[in-house]
Design a protein around this ligand. Structure first.
Ligand SMILES: NC(=O)c1ccc[n+]([C@@H]2O[C@H](COP(=O)([O-])OP(=O)(O)OC[C@H]3O[C@@H](n4cnc5c(N)ncnc54)[C@H](O)[C@@H]3O)[C@@H](O)[C@H]2O)c1
Length: 298
């Protein structure tokens, strides 16, 4: 930070240095205050010749979705965030808020545009209930990929009462099934990417490395003969939330096998942290990523 008293003159003479200045200049009391923000990514070099794609980020107002949307936008992909803002409603229900303050989705998007000149669109839509609107969106946007984060993501929340169990199952499974059914109905070649959780495997260890993708198993049929089969590694969920992620993977396998959909399902461990290079472009709450306060992570 540089402070100039009133009457002093700040001369930015080196024209070439101006584009690298990333900050704000304002009066604070008797001083002109110059704040330099933390260095963000060099957006001019972010493309690196990659093909620009249209990507829908479902759950793009959330902890993982928002930084993902900014990351893709910084690389010149056209990003559309789809979210029903239910996580903000759940925070109100629980009387808590993000550990890092965040602003409304409108303010976040406006801040990103002001900082980078890039536009991210936002569509408020409940994936678990609004199938027709989702299908219309796919048909109008024709995305190359959909990144699916839009689920109730807390194991403790999913176990609170029967209402929370039913909500988590209805929300998560219908969101995933509606997405897959809409991709089929659209007849578009859309790559679906989903964040599942390693919690589907439970918290004990069988003492072996869980295989990526399908497991080659040898089963014994009724006559005692060996039968080879490619199966998903068996899940052992410890909560209703983890159960929905286990069932998600069956939905993905089913739609891949029967409808030929292209799906990548990541069984991700816990994600934590408060900044990415893109969210750090703005030190106000406008682009901060949310941090869950009390509801527990996956
Ligand atoms: N954060 C982690 O550590 C972690 C680890 C593994 C997997 N995951 C998974 O990644 C995804 C994102 O997690 P997160 O931590 O960002 O959670 P989050 O709650 O911050 O984000 C999820 C977003 O999806 C939205 N959403 C929920 N249901 C919706 C619906 N029916 N329609 C539209 N939008 C809906 C919410 O409003 C929220 O903005 C979740 O599926 C979660 O299970 C997260």
């Amino acid at each position: 930070m540089l402070q100039l008293a009133r009457g002093m003159v700040l001369t930015l003479a080196a024209r070439d240095s101006l584009p690298s200045f990333n900050g704000s200049i304002r009066f604070a009391g008797n001083f002109l205050r110059v704040d330099r923000l933390p260095r963000g990514p060099d957006l001019r070099g972010a493309r690196k010749g990659a093909r620009e794609l249209k990507v829908l980020v479902l759950g793009g107002d959330g902890f993982c979705g928002w930084p993902t949307a900014l990351h893709l936008s910084a690389r010149d992909h056209q990003v559309v965030i789809v979210d029903n803002l239910s996580r903000r409603v759940i925070d109100e229900e629980l009387g808590c808020e993000s550990l890092t303050p965040i602003t409304s989705i409108g303010e976040r998007l406006a801040s990103w545009h002001a900082r980078t000149g890039r536009n991210i669109e936002f569509v408020q839509l409940d994936l678990s209930r609004e199938f027709d609107a989702l299908l219309d969106l796919l048909r109008s946007e024709e995305p190359a990929a959909v990144v699916h984060f839009a689920e109730q993501r807390s194991a403790p929340y999913s176990m609170k009462t029967s209402r929370h169990k039913r909500y988590t199952v209805n929300n998560n499974l219908n969101a995933t099934n509606n997405l897959l059914a809409a991709v089929v109905e659209s007849a578009l070649d859309i790559h679906v990417v989903h964040l599942g959780t390693m919690g589907v495997y439970g918290y004990s260890t069988p003492g072996l490395t869980i295989p990526e993708g399908y497991l080659s198993a040898t089963l014994t049929d009724d006559s005692g003969a060996s039968v080879r089969a490619e199966i998903l590694y068996p899940t052992n969920p410890g909560s209703i939330y983890h159960l929905t992620k286990s069932q998600d993977q069956l939905l993905f396998a089913f739609y891949a096998k029967n409808e030929g959909l292209r799906v990548t399902d990541l069984h991700q461990g816990i994600v934590w942290g408060t900044q990415t290079p893109e969210t750090a472009l703005d030190d106000s709450p406008s682009t901060a990523s949310t941090m869950m306060a009390t509801t527990g992570r996956c």
